[in-house]
Design a protein around this ligand. Structure first.
Ligand code: SF4
Length: 119
């Protein structure tokens, strides 16, 4: 039984990311250049209590972690600590698509995963 569920988990679910945080250096007119994204939300019960930990202000020198030839990535591997979200499965996001806001965010703590839904 355990082995069966382990085998099922080997399929990595990668959400599409829609991001409106214009001040992030990884933002590509509504998308994201990263193929590995980290969302934080330990004990979050509303989306306001989550944040995109991968946010990097675009004044900083940064390299993306994307291996594809054409950025942006359509999909990303999203590691997430928001255990109360219905899309969270053992620290990984299993939503088809996530939306990161806000458009006026200029630091990590101003961002949020708007797709968060309490279990
Ligand atoms: S939808 Fe839920 S599990 Fe996915 S990144 Fe957002 S808060 Fe985390």
């Amino acid at each position: 039984m355990f082995l069966h569920s382990l085998l099922e988990r080997t399929e990595i679910i990668m959400p599409t990311i829609s991001c409106e945080v214009k001040k992030c250096c990884y933002n590509t007119e509504g998308g994201c250049k990263l193929e590995n994204v980290r969302v934080d939300g330990d004990s979050a019960v509303v989306s306001d209590e989550t944040l995109c930990d991968s946010f990097t202000e675009n004044k900083e020198e940064a390299t993306n972690n994307c291996s594809c030839e054409e950025c942006a990535c359509d999909k990303a591997d999203v590691e997430c600590s928001a255990e109360n979200c219905r899309y969270n499965s053992d620290g990984c996001c299993e939503a088809d698509k996530i939306e990161i806001g806000h458009s006026t965010a200029d630091c990590c703590s101003d961002t949020q995963c708007e797709t968060f839904e309490e279990k």
